[in-house]
Design a protein around this ligand. Structure first.
Ligand SMILES: [Zn+2]
Length: 345
């Protein structure tokens, strides 16, 4: 299915900063500053501001900027039953940093939809194509302590079924692209190949809208930037999972490219898929010039046909100051315009 008439349609990978009156800026898992009905209204207002920022920057595919969630994984899990948030255990997330996480104590189910009302609200606000992100099954299990299933694969499979229910309702609400965030795919290669991709395919089963998977090197927080420093001169993580992804049912793959040490020729391994190319670095405050963005995109033309190239950001921008994030949106848009112009000659 083709939803885009524009060549090189731009979008963001995930989050945008929240307004200061809604949550503490430049902070992950930032607590809400409003409560109850005020919080519901505040989240909707923030969603509209995030839409406006994207429209003013000329972004083609609109996201919610994750304005209605505290965290891209936790908020989804909070709405499920079977997970006890009063019990906490410390686990190592993505083999990288300790976090205090809730405990799976019973069979996990989704008593009601999680983001569908938010998606309907965004759908009402714009005629542009919209993209909605959900956490991927593997990234979800990696953010929990499991004392019920005692099997990462089993728990991931249950989450995949739940995600599929949510995704079908998002599609019915008018979402054009459903994206699954799977940073864990860059860490647990054996599991990705054994059952991770199968779980992801379970999550997209029966969907007619476009489906995407976002695989990145994480937010620009210290645990991630330190980890990146340990990865050496060439980051070849994508090489481990791309061959199977290429053969998977997923339509689009969202990648980190600009300022990363990912060898661009790895993208050849997903030839035929649509590729969301991260042309904006979310780990520093320097604003890319349009020419830098264009140059990153130009570098992948060898491996991605122009009609399959979706300029994007490397990851979410929640931890950035709002002014920086908005300037980066404009750079993304201006960089894509340079290339569009070149292609039309
Ligand atoms: Zn990311």
């Amino acid at each position: 299915m083709t939803i885009m008439k524009t060549l090189l349609p731009t979008s963001i990978a995930g989050s945008l900063p929240k307004p200061v009156w809604l949550a503490q800026p430049e902070t992950l898992w930032s607590p809400w500053k409003l409560q109850d009905d005020e919080l519901i209204e505040g989240k909707q207002d923030a969603l509209r501001l995030s839409l406006l920022a994207q429209q003013q920057a000329g972004i083609d595919i609109i996201s919610d900027g994750e304005q209605t969630r505290q965290h891209f994984v936790t908020t989804f899990i909070e709405h499920l039953s079977g997970v006890d948030f009063t019990q906490r255990k410390t686990v190592k997330i993505r083999n990288r940093y300790d976090a205090s996480v809730p405990v799976v104590v019973d069979a996990v189910t989704r008593p009601q939809s999680v983001f569908v009302d938010d998606a309907k609200y965004l759908r009402q606000q714009t005629q542009q194509p919209i993209k909605w992100a959900l956490p991927g099954p593997m990234t979800m299990i990696d953010t929990l302590y499991d004392s019920h299933y005692k099997s990462r694969e089993k728990l991931a499979w249950e989450f995949a079924k739940i995600l599929n229910q949510e995704a079908r309702e998002l599609e019915a609400a008018g979402v054009d692209i459903i994206q699954f965030d799977e940073p864990a795919f860059n860490v647990f290669f054996d599991e990705v190949n054994d059952w991770g991709i199968a779980a992801l395919e379970k999550a997209v089963e029966g969907l007619k809208c476009e489906t995407a998977v976002h695989i990145c090197y994480g937010y620009g927080i210290k645990a991630n930037t330190d980890w990146k420093k340990s990865l050496g001169a060439e980051w070849r993580q994508y090489e481990e999972v791309f061959p199977k992804l290429q053969r998977s049912a997923i339509d689009m793959i969202s990648l980190e490219c600009h300022n990363s040490r990912v060898p661009m020729d790895l993208i050849e391994l997903i030839r035929g898929k649509k590729v969301m190319v991260g042309a904006i670095d979310v780990a520093n405050h320097a604003i890319e010039t349009p020419e830098e963005v264009a140059s990153t995109l130009r570098n992948v033309f060898k491996f991605v046909d122009p009609d399959k190239l979706y300029p994007s950001t490397n990851c979410g921008m929640a931890p950035l100051p709002r002014r920086v994030a908005e300037a980066k949106l404009q750079a993304l848009s201006a960089g894509a315009a340079i290339l569009r112009n070149e292609l039309s000659k």
